[in-house]
Ligand binder design. Structure first.
Ligand SMILES: Nc1ncnc2c1ncn2[C@@H]1O[C@H](COP(=O)(O)OP(=O)(O)OP(=O)(O)O)[C@@H](O)[C@H]1O
Length: 264
């Protein structure tokens, strides 16, 4: 990472390390000699939402795997919470407990449970499934569930079975299940793949609302209409590194981005 001197005398890199919610510097991951991540460096600020684009094989999934502890970097730094926590030293469960939630591309709701039970099962601190459904939740938990239902617009669907929801509704429910864990950072992988245009627009609104409520969000997506709707800083990955970063207009005007991704 280029580190120009910041006005207060701290190098910009150090300043980022102390302030960023998520800090990656020089992260390299090699599979059988192939560099899936090649000295990848970027930061996410507290309260920031960031969109990540890039061609197939650019390293987007590997990047999320490194942040969540599924894959260990060969080289480089991965810090959370203003540089206080070295994620490369923690396992997946410890990282989830710290407040990093991940939504995979395909919805994985419990189809034979009601929508509300899906949320109950996801409540923070509830690790054993069955007792959690049968016990009465506290007033605070009920209020949280109601609030999440409002956010994900599924209040009227709470008594339906998970399996009866549309694809888009399942994705929103799963995002709600992440919210039940109250994560500081949500990693969301291609949430609008397979959604209708209306569902796609509603998902952008949902993520904006979640972000406005104080959660940082990193969202990987190929759908440029959706990325435009998000209205956030965009980063294009290519061959395991950051190719371009800025507003969507700035990134889409970048000749290399057009060459390797948008123009294809
Ligand atoms: N476990 C693995 N073993 C070997 N190679 C891997 C492994 N995981 C990923 N790769 C390779 O690393 C590169 C980056 O893959 P990655 O899945 O991170 O890209 P991506 O940007 O998420 O792509 P997509 O948009 O297709 O999901 C690819 O060339 C992929 O084949």
């Amino acid at each position: 990472m280029v580190a120009p001197e910041a006005p207060d005398g701290l190098g910009a890199e150090k300043k980022s390390l102390t302030e960023a919610l998520l800090y990656l510097d020089g992260v390299t991951v090699t599979f059988d000699g192939f560099r899936a991540l090649n000295s990848l460096s970027f930061t996410v600020d507290p309260g920031e939402m960031r969109a990540i684009i890039g061609p197939n094989g650019a390293g987007k999934t590997t990047m999320m795997d490194v942040i969540t502890g599924k894959t260990r970097p060969d080289k480089g730094d991965v810090y959370f919470n203003g540089g206080t926590t070295d994620l490369a030293k923690l396992d997946e469960t410890q990282i989830a407990t710290l407040g990093i939630g991940r939504k995979f591309q395909k919805p994985t709701v419990f189809e034979s449970h009601t929508v509300i039970d899906n949320l109950r099962l996801a409540l923070k601190g509830q690790r054993s499934a069955l007792p959690n459904i049968f016990r009465r939740e506290s007033a605070a938990e009920r209020a949280l569930i109601d609030e999440i239902f409002e956010t994900i617009k599924l209040t009227d669907h709470r008594w339906r079975l998970g399996g009866e929801l549309s694809h888009g509704q399942k994705q929103w429910l799963e995002i709600g299940m992440l919210l039940a864990q109250d994560p500081k950072l949500l990693l969301v992988d291609e949430p609008v793949a397979g959604m209708t245009d209306a569902e796609t627009a509603q998902t952008a609104e949902l993520l904006r609302e979640i972000n406005a409520n104080g959660h940082s969000v990193v969202v990987v997506e190929h759908d440029m209409t959706f990325v435009r709707d998000l209205g956030v800083r965009v980063m294009c990955l290519h061959e395991g590194s950051v190719l371009a970063e800025g507003t969507l207009d700035q990134v889409s005007a970048n000749e290399r981005v057009i060459e390797v991704y948008l123009g294809r």
